[in-house]
Structure formats: C-alpha cells, structure tokens
Design a protein around this ligand. Structure first.
Ligand code: GDP
Length: 139
C-alpha cells in the first residue's frame, strides 16, 4: 500500500554535509522524496514534535540538539513507507543498528543519530501536518 511518512535529517547530518548521501540511501530503497525543505527548528517546534518524550531525562538535551543547527524535513512516499524507512534508518542507538542502515553508516551517538522517521500512520499524519501544508507535498 502506498503511504507517506515524515522524515528529518537532523542537525548532526546537515552539519556534516550529509543531506545528499542520506537522500541517496532513501531513494535507493525505493522511497520518493515528495516534499523537502531545510529549516531551523524553533524551540516550540521541537517541544511540540517530541512532546511524547517530555518526561524523559533526555528531553532537554533532545530539544537543544534539534534546535542547534538546520534540519531538513521531508515527506517520503512509497509502498509501506513507514516500516520501510524505519528499516533503512536502523536502530535508535547506532551501536545496535544493522549494517548498511543510515544510522550505522552515519550516526554519531544515540543523541546525534542523524535521522527521524515516523513510527505509525497516526504519527506520520500529525508530523507531516506540523511542517507541511498540503500544497507543498507533490507526489
Ligand atoms: P526513534 O524513533 O528511533 O528516533 O527513537 P525514540 O522515539 O525512542 O526517541 C526519539 C529520539 O530521542 C531518538 O532518535 C534520539 O535522538 C533521542 N533519544 C532517545 N533515547 C535517548 C537517550 O537515551 N539519550 C539521548 N541523549 N537521546 C535519546
């Protein structure tokens, strides 16, 4: 089933000029980048985006990290896009990520793990809506 997922290339990736390298992995996996823009996330954006983690001990660090440098926000489209992107991203902790995954290839640590991808259809819908009006998504 064709579906859409939301992706972020995080500050550690944009700082190291890895936008193109990560996009190459995404496209090679058969996912289409149907919306993309480079932004500086505001604190309010990051706090809303990661609201589910607000009681976690790493929340402050997470918000600091996500607002420290530009990010690239994206909508990816493809067959089973949500699960497929999670698969090619690799485990949250790069030390546990499988060979060939984006996090194995590029992530520096659990806190600077290069990419975000939605984990379910409802979160994908909400995350896409936070950053992209419908008119900016061209499939
Ligand atoms: P994801 O869906 O694989 O991104 O993982 P989670 O939803 O569990 O966590 C969201 C993000 O919070 C992760 O991508 C990490 O950047 C960050 N994070 C999760 N656990 C930790 C942790 O123990 N320490 C730090 N510093 N960051 C964490």
């Amino acid at each position: 089933m064709t579906e859409r997922t939301f992706s972020i290339l995080k500050p550690d990736a944009t700082e190291r000029n890895l936008t193109g390298a990560i996009n190459a992995v995404i496209e090679k996996a058969g996912l289409r980048i149907v919306a993309q823009k480079r932004i500086k996330m505001s604190r309010a954006d990051a706090e809303q985006f990661y609201g589910v983690h607000k009681e976690r001990p790493f929340f402050g660090e997470l918000v600091e990290t996500m607002t420290s440098a530009p990010v690239v926000v994206q909508v990816l489209e493809g067959d089973g896009a949500i699960a497929k992107y999670r698969e090619i991203m690799g485990a949250t902790n790069p030390a546990q990520a499988a060979d060939g995954t984006i996090r194995k290839l590029y992530a520096k640590s659990i806190g600077e793990n290069s990419v975000h991808g939605s984990d379910a259809p409802e979160t994908a819908k909400a995350e896409i809506a936070q950053f992209f009006p419908d008119a900016e998504i061209v499939g």
